[in-house]
Each structure stands twice: as C-alpha cells, then as structure tokens.
Design a protein around this ligand. Structure first.
Ligand code: ZN
Length: 241
C-alpha cells in the first residue's frame, strides 16, 4: 500500500507512488477550491482511494445506496456528515492503462467532480433529480462550459434519471452541466447554489416549486430559455464542421 498525506487530501492506493502523488497534487487544489465554491467546510482531509484494478474498483459499488457512481470514479458518503471519500477507477480506457498526471485533464475533472459530490451530499440516499446531482458536479468541475463545443450534443435535453444512468450517458452529463452553467450565468452562482442546497435538503424528485421560488420562473420556462441560448451559440460558433 502506498499513500500521500497532504493538508487537503489523503490518497491511499495499491498503485505506483507516481500515480498517488499526481492525484494528491490535483486534490490539494481541488478540495479548497470546491469547498469555497460550495460554501462548505471540512473537518479533515478528503480520503481518495486508488484500487489496483477495475475489478477491485467495482467492488466498492457494493456499498450502495450510499454511493454516487460515475464512469471514472465514485463518491462514498461519509458515515456522519461530510465529506465522504472518493474511489477512483484508474483503468478508464479499458486497457489497464493508468490515466494519471496533473497535466491530464480527464483525471483532474474527475477529482473535482467527485470532490463536489463528497463535500455537498449527505450520508444518505439522495432523491433529488439526477440533473441536479450530476449537473452541479459537472459544472463545478470545469468539465462543462456555457459555450458549446464540437464534443457536445446539438440538441440538449434536461436529462432524466434513466438517461444519466444509461450506458452512453456522457452527453447527458454534459447537458445537465450546461443547464447549471446557464443558471449561474443568468441568475448568479449564489442563487444557483442555494437552490442546489435546498434541493438536496428537500430530498424529493420534484423540485418544481423550489425552482420557482429561487429563480422566479418555472423549470420548463428556464429549460426552454436555456435551449434557445444553446441554439443561439451553436448558430454563432462554427464548431460542427
Ligand atoms: Zn457524478
């Protein structure tokens, strides 16, 4: 077992020390940045586990329902309060190749994404909509952007739980993150964050009334406006050729 003990994160794994150190370096920045963005605090460093294989990684899913599973990593909720800890699947390319290094944007996005889950989700099952849970983590990880790119769908949808958890879910993650980006752009990050916190605390799939309360418009009206904005960007930026 190898490890790195930092001020913001403790990284433990059955992998080479360079992998441990590169993820620890990312986490030292990701944890304080995410805590500040989420207006949250942590009483101890964030624990990040690096299993040596995809098989070992998948065993962590057995601690459901207190797990938020993404394709490259998952967040296990803390036993009492926050934060929980993160398990990173390093075999992301399906070829047992470690994807590490501070210069690799993918692993950096993943650490930021899971850190947002870890510092904002309670240690119980969350019934808030999947677009809320994943969209905010996508947006705050920098994985998404208000500006469209050629990597992303032309016609976004506010994804359902089934879409977020489908096999080809990457575009739906992007869509959710794009909508959250739109909300913070139009209504301010502070307004968007308080809606998120209330949605997690309310813990029901129906956030329509809460959405109205915080944004002053209905969810369908805001989604329609976001889609118009998205289409406007697509029309004005030649990214699809
Ligand atoms: Zn996630």
């Amino acid at each position: 077992m190898k490890f790195s003990v930092g001020t913001q994160a403790i990284v433990v794994g059955d992998v080479d020390q360079a992998s441990i150190d590169s993820i620890a370096a990312i986490a030292e920045n990701a944890v304080p940045a995410t805590l500040a963005l989420a207006n949250a605090r942590a009483d101890h460093p964030l624990l990040i586990l690096l299993p040596r294989s995809s098989a070992e990684y998948s065993r962590w899913q057995g601690v459901n329902p207190q797990v938020t599973v993404d394709s490259g990593a998952m967040t296990v909720r803390g036993l009492s309060g926050k934060p929980g800890w993160i398990v990173v699947n390093q075999m992301l390319d399906g070829n047992d190749t470690l994807i590490t290094g501070a210069e690799t944007p993918l692993i950096s996005d993943i650490i930021y994404h899971e850190t947002f889950h870890a510092v904002t989700l309670p240690s119980k099952w969350v019934y808030a909509p999947a677009w809320v849970i994943e969209g905010y983590a996508v947006w705050t990880s920098g994985h998404s952007a208000q500006v469209v790119s050629s990597m992303h769908p032309k016609n976004p949808v506010l994804p359902t739980y089934a879409q977020i958890h489908s096999a080809d879910n990457a575009p739906y993650y992007y869509d959710a993150g794009s909508f959250v980006g739109y909300l913070q752009y139009v209504y301010s990050w502070q307004t968007a964050l308080v809606f998120y916190q209330d949605a997690i605390a309310q813990n029901t799939p129906d956030v329509d009334a809460l959405f109205n309360k915080h944004f002053g418009v209905s969810l369908p009206v805001a989604v329609a406006a976001w889609k118009r904005n998205y289409a406007h960007q697509v029309a004005n930026v030649d990214l699809y050729t």
